[in-house]
Design a protein around this ligand. Structure first.
Ligand code: SF4
Length: 219
């Protein structure tokens, strides 16, 4: 495989400038580890489309962190993707669907909006890493779905490598990290965890659910 041992920068440069030029987007949650990938991408092309799924359930700290990173990194094409208004009214009128049907809530607020916006692209970049565990442990750097190529440039990065990168480039931390949130999503489904817990242990705590479903998009 040509890119088996390539660095994240080399892999991203090839994907953004050559293989999928003008047809690739980065999907970012602006969560606890997002600054690293956003910085790497901004060094190659600060105008790359950055898709943010605005579920309307984000922590206020995530929204302020997003604004801070966008300014610091000079990102010029952040796309705020909202769930479709009529669908929210019909399926989650009281905003509490996450309590009774978290899979349905993620479908409404993440999967469907992302599916729609990704129809404009051939490839997307994710920040998934093998040390997150679960189904992420055996992912390759390039992944083909029925309709898109997913690029996972940080897949082999360790937690220490991410920490070192952030420190070396003086990137600001998400304000909730120091409050015990190593992985950050929507506020109803994200909880602080003990220091020695798995990174994603605070996501959908107490439920069998471990992923929101955006990585299962087929078409
Ligand atoms: S993470 Fe929780 S609040 Fe956010 S879309 Fe999924 S179920 Fe809904």
């Amino acid at each position: 495989m040509r890119f088996r041992s390539a660095s994240a920068s080399v892999l991203l440069e090839h994907a953004i400038k050559v293989e999928f030029s003008g047809r690739i987007a980065l999907v970012s949650s602006f969560g606890s580890e997002s600054a690293t990938l956003l910085h790497l991408v901004s060094e190659i092309d600060p105008a790359i489309p950055v898709i943010f799924l605005d579920t309307q359930k984000h922590f206020a700290q995530t929204l302020s962190y997003r604004a801070k990173l966008v300014t610091k990194l000079g990102l010029t094409n952040v796309i705020n993707v909202l769930p479709e208004g009529d669908a929210v009214s019909a399926r989650d009128g009281d905003g509490n669907l996450w309590k009774t049907d978290p899979d349905g809530c993620c479908t409404l607020r993440k999967v469907e909006p992302l599916t729609e916006v990704l129809s404009e692209f051939d490839a997307w970049i994710t920040g998934r890493k093998q040390f997150h565990g679960g189904g992420r442990m055996h992912l390759p750097a390039f992944e083909a779905t029925q309709t898109h190529i997913k690029v996972n440039p940080l897949i082999r990065w360790s937690k220490d490598a991410v920490t070192n990168y952030v420190e070396n480039h003086e990137l600001p931390p998400h304000p909730l990290v120091t409050q015990g949130y190593p992985s950050i999503g929507c506020w109803p489904c994200t909880h602080p965890v003990a220091d020695d817990s798995d990174v994603r242990a605070g996501r959908w705590r107490g439920a069998a659910k471990t992923e929101c479903g955006i990585h299962d998009i087929k078409e």
